[in-house]
Design a protein around this ligand. Structure first.
Ligand code: PFF
Length: 444
């Protein structure tokens, strides 16, 4: 096999990895779960989870990829004496999660594209929140319309990955991520001028622990995982294209910081709008697709803000989707020793077709249930509730126990106190937190 391609530098890697981390999880999910869980106290716990659970696992994943320069399955085998062992499991599970997650992420990506198109063609103009809710319902009930947007979203994802690491992923994330930041800052500038801005700040940043339930705490642990793209080898795969000399501690910190910063900014923007209309913050998953466009339609200049907002969400979703696809492409092209471009088209096509299961679960196959769940919820729940946390738990244990102090010392460039910190976080703190989440899901 030829020389492994590398990112052209640290910044390129940070942008790509932050692109993976910053996605629907930040702009759609974080604000609504913060809203449902009462704001400030949830945000504080979430920050703690990012620092003590997310960050150590993030650094471990990148390290395992960087050290082995291998795909998600082979990396664990290389570090286990070049053979298949129990530790091959997180690699294979990651692969399955990637396929499952992308098949429903692409459906939601299609909704974003649809909403972007509607905002560009000013279809929200003058509509009430209830009317926009009906638009959402109408879209979900129309498989042909959803199929068009899903095809476009998946087509864009495949096209971006097709060029490879440097001419595909790196080139696109270098454009999408700065653009996303500019769009979000534009939204923030508008939010500051809104009546609801100070209410949004106090909702998100003054903790009231009486509003936080144990389920909210578990949700914060789980979300810190999803939002940093952990547990399925995405960060590991990106790390495998990273030059072996790069400092991982600073890099990991930077990625986690960017991801958190964007989630908080998205929260401030969305709640400034919600509070300007004296609405309740706990409107749930419909916050972004129904509530927000409905409110923007009633604001001066709101039509344009809607365009900016959905473009921003689209960029975030695309730069995450490409990282999910890359896990499968790196694995299959290396394992089957096949041309990367062909594998990209093949894997893209398989996932594209699989996505019809979740897509039809809103219309044709509404009544089809497996384990009591429709395909959309089944794919989401199997991956987010089981595969990602179990994968993350294994990665953490692998780093803490199997690799141990020597490898933690490599990550921290020989700084022993920091290395000990990383080792104990991956040995004990992160595994316990993740195990509690898995246990709760299994018994719930
Ligand atoms: N981190 C992404 C988000 O917050 O939307 C989702 C994601 C991407 C999860 C890549 C897992 C992954 F491997």
């Amino acid at each position: 096999m030829g020389q492994r391609v590398h990112w052209s530098g640290r910044l390129a890697f940070i942008l790509a990895a932050a692109g993976s981390a910053i996605g629907l999880g930040n702009i759609w999910k974080f604000p609504y779960i913060a809203g449902v869980n009462g704001g400030g106290a949830f945000v504080l716990i979430y920050l703690l989870c990012i620092a003590c659970v997310g960050l150590p696992v993030l650094i471990s994943e990148i390290y395992i990829g960087q050290r082995t320069q291998s795909n998600a399955v082979k990396a664990f085998e290389k570090l286990s004496g070049d053979k298949k062992t129990f530790w091959s499991a997180p690699g294979y599970m990651g692969l399955i999660s990637a396929i499952l997650i992308l098949s429903f992420y692409s459906v939601v990506g299609g909704w974003v594209l649809d909403f972007f198109y509607q905002s560009v063609s000013f279809q929200f103009q003058g509509k009430s929140a209830a009317e926009i809710s009906d638009i959402l319902g109408g879209m979900l009930g129309d498989p042909v319309r959803m199929s068009i947007s899903h095809t476009l979203f998946m087509g864009l994802t495949v096209a971006m990955v097709y060029g490879g690491i440097k001419d595909g992923l790196e080139r696109w994330t270098k454009i999408l991520m700065p653009a996303l930041l500019v769009l979000l800052v534009a939204m923030l500038v508008k939010s500051v001028s809104l009546d609801g801005f100070s209410a949004a700040i106090s909702f998100l940043f003054s903790p009231d622990f009486s509003k936080l339930s144990p389920a909210g705490i578990l949700e914060a642990v789980g979300h810190s995982f999803f939002t940093l793209s952990l547990g399925m080898g995405a960060m590991l795969t990106y790390g495998s294209y990273l030059n072996e000399k790069e400092d991982l501690l600073k890099t990991g910190l930077m990625i986690a910081f960017l991801d958190t910063f964007i989630a908080l900014l998205a929260g401030v923007v969305i709640f400034s709008i919600v509070f300007s209309f004296d609405l309740e913050p706990a409107s749930g998953p419909g916050l972004m697709f129904a509530t927000l466009p409905g409110l923007l339609a009633q604001m001066p200049g709101g039509d344009y803000l809607s365009i900016i907002f959905f473009m921003l969400v689209l960029f975030a979703a695309l730069s995450s989707a490409v990282s999910i696809l890359e896990v499968a492409i790196t694995y299959f092209s290396e394992t089957l020793n096949k041309d990367r471009k062909k594998v990209t088209l093949g894997a893209g096509l398989v996932i594209y077709l699989m996505a019809y299961l979740p897509l039809f679960s809103f219309n044709y196959w509404k009544e089809v249930k497996v384990f009591g769940l429709n395909f959309f919820d089944l794919f989401d729940s199997t991956s987010s509730h089981y595969l990602l946390p179990i994968g993350g738990l294994m990665i953490s244990l692998f780093m803490g126990w199997r690799l141990g102090l020597d490898d933690s010392m490599r990550v921290t460039s020989g700084n022993k106190p920091l290395a000990l910190g990383l080792m104990w976080l991956t040995r004990v703190v992160a595994p316990i937190a993740i195990a509690v989440v898995i246990y709760q899901k299994v018994v719930a």
